[in-house]
Design a protein around this ligand. Sequence first.
Ligand code: ASP
Length: 337
Amino acid sequence: MKRILVIYTGGTIGMVKDKKSGALLPFDMSKIYEALPVLKEFNCQLDSYRFDPIIDSSNMKPEYWIGLVEVIEKNYSQYDSFIVLHGTDTMSYTASVLSFMLENLNKTVILTGSQLPLGMIRTDGRDNIIGAVEIASSDSVSIPEVCIFFEDRLYRGNRTTKINAEYFEAFYSGNYPSLAKVGINITYKKHLFLEMPTLPFKAYKKLNENVALIKIYPGLKEEYFRAMLSMNGLKGVVLETFGSGNAPTEDWFIDALKQAIEKGIIIYNVTQCKAGAVVMGHYETSAHLAEIGVISGHDITTESAIAKFMFLLGNFEDKQQIINMLTNSLRGELSIS
Ligand code: ASP
C-alpha cells in the first residue's frame, strides 16, 4: 500500500463552511477521510501535515518554501509521494522552486488546490484532490517530478502559469505538453516524464531573494528603468521582453543594461508571451541584447525564471557556473538539455 503525505499550506481549497455561522473557515486536514470518504477506495494510506500558520498563497515567501522543503526532506524516506495543497495564486512559483530545491527527486510531488473551497457544493477541489491521490497512488507509473494537478491534467510544475481567476481550467503549460490527462481513464504520457535519477536525493535549503522582475512596456521611462537596475544588492534581473525576446533599441535602454551587467548583475531574458521562446538575434531588436551579455531564458516561464534565479544565487557562488545553469535545463524547465 502506498503512503502519501498530504501537506496543507492553505489557500481556497482548505475552506469549509462553518455550519453555525456560515463563514468559510480553514478545514482540519487530519479529517480528510471524513471530508472525502471516497479516498478510502484508493490503495493508499494518507497522512496529513498542516503548516502553521496556513496562508493564502499570496503571502508565500522563500522562508515558507524552505519550510516546505524541510517537511518533504524529513518525511522523504517514509512516504512514496507527496501532495501539497496550496492556493492557486502562487502555485506555479512554488512548484517551480520546489523542482529546483529537490534534486534527484525519485518520488512524485503533486501540488493541487481549487478555485472554489472544498466546502462548497460545486467545488473543483474534490476532483482535484481525488485526481492527485489517484495519480500519486498509482502502481503503474512513477513520475519523479514536481507536478501540478488541476482540472483534468497533470503538468510539469515548472512549466505552468496561472492564467484564469474564474474558470476551473486555471493553469496553462504553453511550452510543454501535460504529463497526464484525466478522462474516463487516466492517460499517462510516460515519454514526457523526467528520467528516474540515479544519484541520491538532495534537498537544497537556501534561496537568495536579490532578484527583480522587470517587465518592459511601450512608454517605460528611462528614470524608472535605471532606478530599478540600481537597487541595492541586486544580483539578478528577469527581464520580461516582447515576443521572441525583443526590446527597445534606444541608446539609454542598452546603456542602462550594459552598466548593470558591468556591475555584475545577471540579466535573464524571458518572453512576455505564454508560449514560444526567446531567440536573441532573430530580430535586430534583440541582437543588441545578446551582444552586451544578456542571457537567453529560451522558453522558461517567468515563474520558473524567478525561482531558478533565487535557487542558483542561493546555492552557487561562481557567476559563470550560474550563467551556464541558467542557459541549460536542470529539471526540464527548458526545451533544451
Ligand atoms: N488567494 C487564494 C490563494 O492563492 C486563491 C486560491 O487558493 O485559489 O491562496
